[in-house]
Every structure is written in C-alpha cells, then in structure tokens.
Write a protein that binds this ligand. Structure first.
Ligand SMILES: [Zn+2]
Length: 322
C-alpha cells in the first residue's frame, strides 16, 4: 500500500563547511562558493519538512582504499602536506589539506549511502560530490578521490549490494567510473555527455560498452555540441529503458549541472527541466527495482545560478516521490 504524503521520510541533503571547502579557490570554476549557491537556492525554494539536513563525515583511508590504490592514496597525502604541485597532468592542483577535503567528500557520499541503506531515508543528495573523473590510481579534472567509485565498492563490502547503477548526466564523460569498472558486469553504467571530440576528457564513444564479461553493461551516449532539452529527452529514453532492464539494487545519480546552457566550460544547452525529469524517472525506477534507494551527487556545474537551480530541482523531484 502506498504511504500517505505525511509519512514519507524527508530527503537527506548534506550541508557543511567540510564539503564546501573542497574547491580550488574562489576564482576557480570549482570554487567553494558552489555549495552556498546551491543551499541558498534550496532554502529559498521553501522545501520545508520535505528535506532534512545532514552533516558531512570524513572517509577513512580503508574506505578510500576500496576503490583507490594504496600508492595513489599515499601520494595525495604527501602532496597535501607539501601543498603544491599537481595531482595529475596539470588540471588538479594540490593545496594544503587537499587530502582531508577530498576525504570529506567521499565520506559524505558514504554517509548518504548509510542513511539510505539503514532505512533512515530512501533518497539523499550530496551537492559537492560526484567527482567522476578520479581514477583508481590518479586524479583528473578537479577530482581527487572518486566518491561514486568508493560508494559502489562500499555498497558491496558493507551491505552486500551487488548490482549498482551509476547514471551520469554531467556534460563530461564519467571516465573515472567507466574505466574503473569497465570489466565489471555488476556496475551498470549509463552516461549522457558532450561528444568527446569536443570536450574533456575525450572519451565515452557509443562503442565503449564494457569489456570481457561486462560487455554490454555500459551505455555511453555522446551528444553534439548545442544539444538541448529535446535531444536530451530522446537520449534519456534509452537510459531509462536500459536501467529498467538492468534492474539494479541501488542507484547513484551524478547530476552535473555543466550540461545546462550558459556553462562556461561546456557546449550543451539543456535547461534544469532535464535534471528534474531525469531525477523523477530514476525515482520511479528505483521504486520498481530497488526499494526506492537512490543517492544523488552534484557533480560539475560552473555557472552558479545553473547549478543552484538544477540541483534544487533534483531534490524537489526526489521529495515529490517521497
Ligand atoms: Zn562536468
């Protein structure tokens, strides 16, 4: 029997300086002001009792090591103490304390997973997270540790959840997730992104469907520069159909807002309606296949107004279906 509106658990939304501080300075596209831009918009939206705010937590080294190599974890720790240099070929600078800041992002996504798996809520959202470029053994594209990758491994180890769906509508291909699980048939991957011939990181062509036993468990949909809501809807039908057939046990949604028109780094032209519609569909599919369990992560988005609106619509869509 369907629960009444009043008995729906609130959506957990994570808020706090620990995750706000993951960033590369206020003048950087990935600046600490992104957190506050979102939370101001969400508060202004008047979500009331539909949202419960929750606190960040820090991931342990053992948790990081569920996805990342020990050598890479040690390297980040070392560069964090030195506070200079780059964690990759030149996109992701080390700053003093970057190790703790990146561990706070991972830990907060794990806190969201815990809240959902313990039945405290069915939907949770972490705005500063979804760091999908980080690979098992290196940083990339502003992403130091891959919270989504750690979360997928954590779900298996901590809760015995095998089939995790990762859905990504950030403008950039989620290469850290794709290659991190390329040969893993139980990580169900669907990613709509700007065609790699026009945008970083250059990967994610339609013929990349997984390797070995995992062949056919990954769906990459490249979009032409300038693609709008109509194009997104067509692509999204394929994602929804794929997820429905894959029947996952848990969903991780990376809803990067850099796919909205006006983003300074990309060339896609969706509106926040794309994010709202995707979040709504995923909740429907989560209700059918995995007891409603979904964690949303903010991902990219470098126009503050865009990210504030898109992520607020995601939280509202989560709340609307309880
Ligand atoms: Zn992005």
């Amino acid at each position: 029997m369907r629960e009444s509106n009043d008995s729906r658990p609130p959506v957990f939304v994570y808020r706090g300086r620990a995750i706000a501080n993951y960033g590369f300075g206020n003048d950087h596209p990935f600046g600490p002001d992104r957190h506050d831009a979102f939370h101001s918009e969400l508060a202004a939206a008047g979500v009331g009792a539909a949202v419960q705010y929750a606190e960040p937590r820090r991931a342990s080294v053992d948790e990081l090591a569920l996805f990342h190599t020990p050598e890479y974890i040690d390297r980040v720790s070392q560069l964090s103490q030195e506070g200079r240099g780059f964690l990759d070929a030149g996109d992701t600078p080390a700053f003093p304390g970057v190790f703790d800041a990146a561990s706070d992002v991972v830990g907060t996504t794990l806190a969201a997973v815990d809240a959902v798996m313990r039945g405290e809520t069915r939907r949770a959202f972490v705005p500063i997270a979804g760091l999908h470029h980080a690979a098992r053994a290196n940083a990339a594209g502003f992403c130091v540790f891959n919270d989504c990758g750690v979360a997928a491994e954590y779900l298996r180890k901590q809760y015995g959840v095998e089939r995790v769906a990762y859905v990504d509508i950030d403008a950039h291909h989620g290469d850290g997730m794709f290659y991190g699980f390329e040969d893993d048939p139980d990580l169900l991957f669907a990613d709509i992104h700007e065609d790699g011939r026009f945008l970083y990181p250059g990967t994610g062509s339609a013929d990349e469907t997984g390797t070995g036993r995992a062949r056919g468990t990954k769906l990459n949909i490249p979009m032409a520069p300038g693609a709008g809501d109509g194009d997104f809807r067509v692509a999204w039908e394929r994602v929804a159909d794929y997820i429905d057939k894959a029947s996952p046990d848990f969903m991780i949604f990376q809803c990067g807002a850099d796919s909205l028109a006006g983003d300074p780094l990309t060339h896609l032209e969706y509106s926040e309606e794309a994010h709202a519609a995707a979040a709504g569909t995923l909740c429907e599919l989560a209700d059918i296949h995995c007891e409603g369990r979904i964690v949303g992560t903010g991902g990219g988005g470098y126009d503050r107004r865009n990210l504030a609106r898109a992520w607020t619509r995601v939280v509202q869509a989560f709340a609307a279906r309880g």
